[in-house]
Design a binder for this molecule. Structure first.
Ligand code: OAD
Length: 250
């Protein structure tokens, strides 16, 4: 591992442009379950794919709203972990660093990362399901009451996240693709790289000549030819940053 970590650190230190793609694994050490982990507690009998869809919301808006209210409360209690802070440190050290996240928990921003490309939206934001406008002043309904109505048009409010089958925010995806197509290092952290188009950023970077560095306890997340660092993001990312910039290590 030491040799791979040293090689990855050297790549980061000498790269002109770096793109990081983060997934749920980065927030696992903040206590937020990943998608491929079985759902816990009262949600154990559901899969994310059954709840995070426009069809599920149309069929049972109260159930979907409750799930997101539960996840929002989980996120509100969570704190950024050393992986999130290491990502913010990468942005400070590198001249051209783009952080693309599939996560909707906002923890990268809370750790100090700026200009984060949130491909799947943000669970703490709520929008009108008809007009699309972000709504800030709404009353959280009592459990089981279902989504509150839009104060303007009365349509049900919904989480401002991308559901299965929905398009990603186009401008964000285009920016992420453009940066992936011209980076020297694509750092994939805590993602199973199974869900497209987000996962497509990895082969896109590879085809453009970038080296893919993968941080994940599961080797299945690393494509052939990637520089694979086996382990938890909260442990490996800070070590990677310290190895690349020992002078900056706190
Ligand atoms: P997944 O749950 O698919 O994958 C989580 C990844 O994190 C797995 O590869 C784990 O091995 C890894 N992992 C777990 N703990 C880790 C740790 N401490 N450090 C580093 N890695 C760890 O989550 P995503 O890849 O983010 O999409 O899933 C991508 C998308 O699929 C999500 O954004 C969501 C989901 O459906 C939508 O909701 C549209």
């Amino acid at each position: 591992m030491h040799a791979a970590l040293a090689a990855a650190a050297e790549l980061l230190r000498t790269a002109r442009r770096v793109v990081a793609l983060s997934g749920a694994g980065v927030s696992a050490e903040s206590g937020i379950p990943t998608f491929r982990d079985a759902q816990t507690g009262l949600w154990a009998r559901y899969r994310a794919e059954e709840l995070a869809t426009p069809e599920a919301f149309a069929r049972d808006p109260a159930l979907v709203w409750s799930w997101y209210a539960w996840r929002r409360a989980l996120v509100a209690r969570a704190e950024p972990n050393p992986a999130h802070h290491a990502m913010a440190a990468l942005q400070r050290q590198l001249p051209h660093f783009t952080l693309v996240t599939q996560n909707v928990d906002g923890l990268h921003r809370r750790a100090g990362s700026t200009d984060v490309l949130e491909l799947h939206g943000d669970i703490t934001r709520v929008r009108c399901s008809a007009e699309g406008r972000i709504i800030r002043d709404y009353e959280e309904p009592a459990e089981g009451q279902g989504p509150p109505p839009c104060p303007t048009c009365g349509a049900p409010l919904r989480p401002d996240v991308v559901w299965f089958g929905e398009p990603l925010p186009l401008a964000t995806l285009h920016r992420a693709s453009a940066e992936a197509g011209r980076c020297q290092v694509l750092l994939s952290v805590g993602t199973s790289a199974l869900v497209y188009p987000a996962a497509g950023l990895i082969p896109l970077a590879e085809r453009a000549g970038a080296t893919v560095v993968v941080v994940n306890p599961d080797p299945a997340a690393a494509p052939p030819g990637a520089l694979y660092l086996a382990g938890a993001a909260g442990e490996l990312l800070p070590r990677l940053v310290a190895a690349a910039w020992p002078e900056a290590a706190g």
